[in-house]
Design a protein around this ligand. Structure first.
Ligand SMILES: [Zn+2]
Length: 351
């Protein structure tokens, strides 16, 4: 399974990581818990939805992201289905950045994106410092073991769905090459594409991997890139598509890279997660450079428009922020119902 079992405690579920993920300090969290315990029955009583509602109330009392400007979404349509009704539903400070939900397909769109959202991806700082708006990583360079193992489990899951194991993996947004390293160990040929020259240099230094610096579209147009059209068995995106404005254009490039019957897989943040209801503007996937948050329906639509058919859409996560409030069994059924924060998609190229 790509997502760790809620029963298994590991270092990644520690309190400090919870605080970092919610971008709050310890005092605030202690106050939330004190409020929660004052008004709520213990975990063994109260239904799961009562407990989540209690946490939502307690959290909202201590952490506020405020309102959003009127008409912030006016004149914008859904980038996935073209639906005309986008309703702003959540804001995150600083900014505030505001996300709206499409009435037709439930896709989440950042309706007031900054002009320079993509500039950060070309700097080395992107992998060392997560800024106040949530852009970047805290300590990506020191997470090799964790990220290689995560990559290994992800590939195992994807291959399980695809049936025949792929032999040629192309990863878009391949970073330092952690998942490529896991794939190579399983005997796959790999290639990587990344906008960030610093990532390419690190992948070379750590693993001796060549990485094309630029977009997939640029790689396919460049005869010297080593990224040939129609060559790949599997094209993989891990938390990349939410950063790309024109999703359909990107997935058409992915389709071009694949041979007929090849596979596409991606991990993206969900806009249907129960954590979004509970933590509001502090939901882990609200970052100033996340232009999209997906629904199962918006995933199906964008795949259909670009020549793919979904074979798996499931939710999960690696860090269970709700573990103290729901039992492992309750958490599992929540994810099974499609309410986890991370959406894993495996799709087949329609020839
Ligand atoms: Zn839509």
């Amino acid at each position: 399974l790509p997502f760790s079992d809620p029963d298994v405690g590991d270092a990644w579920c520690e309190r400090q990581l919870l605080l970092r993920t919610l971008q709050i300090d310890e005092g605030v969290w202690n106050a939330v818990i004190a409020d929660y315990e004052r008004v709520l029955p213990p975990l063994s009583q109260g239904s799961p939805s009562q407990r989540l509602e209690g946490l939502r109330e307690a959290f909202a009392r201590r952490v506020s992201h405020g309102a959003w400007p009127a008409n912030v979404a006016s004149g914008q349509g859904c980038p996935v289905c073209g639906g005309a009704e986008l309703e702003p539903v959540v804001a995150k400070r600083p900014g505030p950045s505001v996300w709206a939900r499409c009435a037709k397909c439930a896709h989440g769109t950042l309706v007031n994106a900054g002009e320079d959202a993509t500039r950060a991806y070309t700097s080395g700082q992107y992998y060392a410092v997560r800024d106040a708006t949530g852009v970047g990583y805290d300590d990506y360079g020191n997470e090799a073991a964790y990220r290689e193992e995560k990559g290994r489990r992800l590939l195992e899951r994807v291959i399980g769905v695809a049936g025949a194991p792929p032999s040629r993996l192309l990863e878009v947004g391949s970073g330092y090459g952690y998942t490529r390293a896991a794939a190579k160990r399983s005997g796959l040929e790999t290639a990587g594409v990344d906008l960030n020259p610093h990532a390419a240099a690190e992948a070379q230094r750590k693993y001796g991997f060549e990485t094309f610096t630029g977009s997939l579209e640029q790689a396919l147009e460049n005869p010297g890139s080593g990224i040939e059209s129609g060559h790949w068995d599997l094209v993989l995106y891990q938390f990349v598509l939410e950063h790309i404005a024109d999703l359909a254009r990107e997935l058409r490039s992915a389709r071009e890279a694949l041979h007929p019957g090849g596979w596409l897989s991606f991990l993206v943040p969900s806009f249907e997660a129960v954590e979004l209801d509970v933590f509001g503007g502090s939901y882990r996937s609200l970052r100033a450079d996340h232009l999209h948050l997906f629904s199962a329906s918006s995933v199906r639509q964008v795949l259909e428009r670009t020549g793919f058919v979904a074979r798996l859409i499931e939710t999960g996560c690696n860090l269970h922020l709700l573990r103290g409030f729901l039992s492992a069994e309750e958490l599992r059924s929540l994810y099974a119902a499609g309410r986890g924060p991370d959406l894993l998609v495996v799709a087949e190229r329609v020839s």
